[in-house]
Design a protein around this ligand. Structure first.
Ligand code: D41
Length: 676
């Protein structure tokens, strides 16, 4: 009946409005006001209505982001206004030169107002809106013409299919960058490795590859985002300033970088550059520099363009995060638990702001994945994560004398056989306590700040102690005499006494630190804390069998097996007895009082926090009864995520776990009466 249809049409439109609103809050403003379940409910109701009444369908409905069949090829698009390129500068000097030329051309004495934008490392895109509806998405191509990738563009949730608000020109071209945030890149790459056995080198390539898919259903599964940086054709005049234009685009429902700022004069610009460079690793996505644009459109027009780049804008690049260099050798390092790790020795190269001459290759599977040989030229990447990685091999540059890398069958440190357990990627030295490399690493771990915290017992002294035969294991530390120490190379009487005192002080510790210091495989701080809390005393812990161990929060069969194996070794039991006999002691473990507001809640911390360290946050949460754990699982009740959060955040989101940011955590701690 027509009334019915009118009512349904009304409901459909209302649902679409509501879903558009929630989409915008979630994907553009990053500030959802509705639970995922509620959103899903609205979306399925809309799907249901559209399926039952095909005449209610609308190509711009929130249900219509993914089209049907794959394309045979992309169609070329000529840009009505060319998409200009950006000139680069690489130093403060060059940037000052740019500013000077701008002022000279304008005959301007005073400081210029610049709009400062992070330069997102993605793929430039043109979006055409007609009557507020997205009608075309195209790549930049060579700037004069690109490819029509509308079907793919429609799958990107942060790109509105319809503009919000009012007052937009009848025709409006929005320009911006499509990119893959780091967290999304990591989880997407992990999946790609599992399903296809290959990965993308960096988020930029992943974004470009995702947009090139002829089947938009594939693009739809990629975690892509869009950020607007300007406008192209427009049927009506736009704002008089770049910064206002971005604010205007924001009001129309487009995402713009939250980092955009206006700065007047070179000094303020350089300050912005330095500030963002300092936060680069903590941003949720890669940026490769700062774009400075003369803010006034009138001045932009007076400056004009030269060749294909505007005279009013420049990209001040950050130090490259990827560089090419040569693998001179691959060596094998032995870790604390005997794990043998291949390490690439590189011809030193300046990348990500530091000189890199080593890069871990993780394990033999990684070497196979890269197809790496000694002598190869490789791309070294040092981004978000501080550890340099070998991203890929430049096969075209492989020298004729490149040699394959094979796992040694004997430990490079002690000659014991190397074992590789079926199904495990890591190879291990079987020498355990006789292996000097394992001895050294065990001592280093034992003395480290978060374990027994022995000040002054660094790598160099440990080497000397081992070489002089003064210690072989961690219990020997407690027998050291200042005189014997002072005889060591380069260690004076005063340092020797200080070291002996630091060792003596370490006798007073906590059970959790002690358990962590023992360096059992896969027993990190969180697990050590859980074990100490659960068992309360060393005796009950040592007596626990695998079943008992698995009753501890976050201890599964693997970790329980490692612990059991540790104590099954007579030598480890003796070591423990000697440590206790040396006088290591700790206060009785306080069972949590119970009844805390987070009693029984498993909390995971990830990313960085500004107002406190993660350790401090963990302590304060634990004081409220929380079990602070290192990994996200179905048992996790809450994830606290700061900037730079990666796979843990993605996993928590897929598991539907509550996620708090730092502000939310602080508010909660404040409510609980803690001072911050
Ligand atoms: O974030 C970026 N990648 C970015 C790129 C940006 N924030 N602003 C840009 N502005 C321009 C001009 C000044 C030419 C309109 C750009 C680009 N261009 C650009 N992206 C790729 C080529 C040029």
């Amino acid at each position: 009946m027509p009334e019915d249809l009118a009512a349904l049409r009304h409901e459909t439109e209302r649902l679409r409005e509501e879903l558009r609103h929630h989409n915008h809050r979630y994907y553009v403003l990053d500030d959802p006001t509705v639970a995922d379940a509620e959103y899903d409910r609205l979306l399925s109701r809309l799907r249901e209505l559209e399926a039952a009444h095909p005449d209610l369908l609308d190509p711009d409905s929130p249900t219509q982001r993914v089209g049907g069949a794959a394309l045979a090829a992309f169609v070329a698009v000529r840009h009505e206004l060319p998409m200009l390129s950006l000139d680069n500068v690489f130093s403060e000097e060059e940037f000052r030169g740019f500013d000077r030329r701008v002022r000279e051309r304008l005959g301007e004495e005073g400081d210029i107002r610049y709009c400062c934008e992070p330069k997102l490392d993605g793929v430039a895109l043109s979006l055409l809106y007609e009557d507020g509806a997205l009608v075309r998405g195209a790549t930049r191509g060579d700037g004069a013409s690109g490819e029509d990738i509308t079907a793919n563009v429609r799958t990107i949730a942060s790109i509105p299919l319809r503009l919000l608000g009012e007052g937009w020109p009848q025709r409006l071209e929005v320009r911006g960058e499509v990119y893959m945030p780091r967290a999304g890149f990591e989880s997407f790459n992990r999946r790609a490795l599992e399903t296809e056995g290959k990965t993308f080198v960096n988020p930029r390539n992943a974004a470009a590859g995702s947009l090139r898919q002829l089947d938009s259903r594939i693009t739809a599964q990629r975690p892509l985002e869009f950020c607007a940086y300007g406008a192209g054709v427009s049927s009506a005049a736009l704002s008089g300033r770049q910064s206002q234009l971005l604010a205007q685009l924001r009001d129309w429902g487009l995402r713009c970088s939250p980092e955009v700022k206006v700065a007047t004069g070179v000094a303020a610009c350089l300050e912005y550059y330095a500030e963002l460079l300092g936060r680069r690793a903590r941003l949720p996505h890669d940026i490769d520099g700062i774009v400075f644009k003369v803010d006034s459109i009138a001045l932009q027009e007076r400056l004009g363009t030269v060749a294909r780049a505007p005279r009013w804008a420049v990209a001040h690049k950050f130090p490259a995060e990827e560089e090419m260099t040569r693998v001179e050798d691959v060596e094998f390092q032995v870790g604390r638990t005997g794990a043998i790790t291949p390490v690439a020795r590189l011809a030193p190269v300046f990348v990500g702001g530091v000189t890199v001459s080593n890069a871990t290759l993780h394990n033999m599977d990684e070497i196979a994945r890269l197809g790496l040989m000694r002598g190869d030229t490789v791309i070294v990447r040092r981004a978000g994560d501080v550890i340099p990685q070998v991203a890929r091999v430049v096969m075209e540059r492989r020298p004729l004398d490149a040699t394959p890398v094979t796992l040694p069958d004997q430990c490079p440190a002690c000659g014991s056989p190397v074992e590789r357990v079926e199904g495990e990627v890591v190879a291990r030295c079987s020498g355990t306590l006789v292996c000097p490399a394992q001895q050294r690493e065990a001592l280093r771990h034992f003395a480290s700040r978060r374990a027994m915290d022995i000040d002054g017992l660094g790598e160099r002294i440990i080497e000397h102690l081992l070489a002089a035969g003064l210690v072989r294991d961690v219990a020997d530390l407690y027998t050291l005499q200042p005189d014997a120490l002072a005889a060591l190379d380069r260690l004076g009487q005063k340092s020797a006494v200080n070291l002996v005192m630091a060792i003596a002080r370490s006798r007073e510790t906590t059970l959790e630190r002690f358990l962590y210091a023992l360096g059992m495989r896969e027993v990190g701080e969180a697990t050590a804390r859980a074990l100490a809390r659960h068992f309360g005393t060393l005796e009950t812990f040592v007596a626990a069998d695998v079943t008992r161990l698995q009753q501890v929060q976050d201890v599964g069969p693997v970790v329980a097996g490692h612990i059991a194996a540790f104590f099954a070794d007579q030598r480890n039991r003796e070591l423990l007895a000697r440590l206790v006999a040396a006088g290591i002691h700790w206060p009785a473990v306080e069972k949590p009082a119970g009844g805390g507001p987070l009693e029984g809640v498993s909390v995971v911390l990830t990313g960085t926090l500004d107002s406190m360290t993660r350790d401090e946050a963990a302590e304060r949460l634990a004081a409220l009864g929380a079990r602070v754990s290192g990994s996200v699982s179905a048992k996790t009740g809450l994830l606290v995520a700061g900037p730079g959060a990666g796979s843990k955040l993605t996993k928590a989101q897929t598991l539907g776990i509550d996620v708090w940011d730092e502000a939310r955590l602080l508010a909660f701690l404040h409510e609980q009466g803690g001072s911050s």
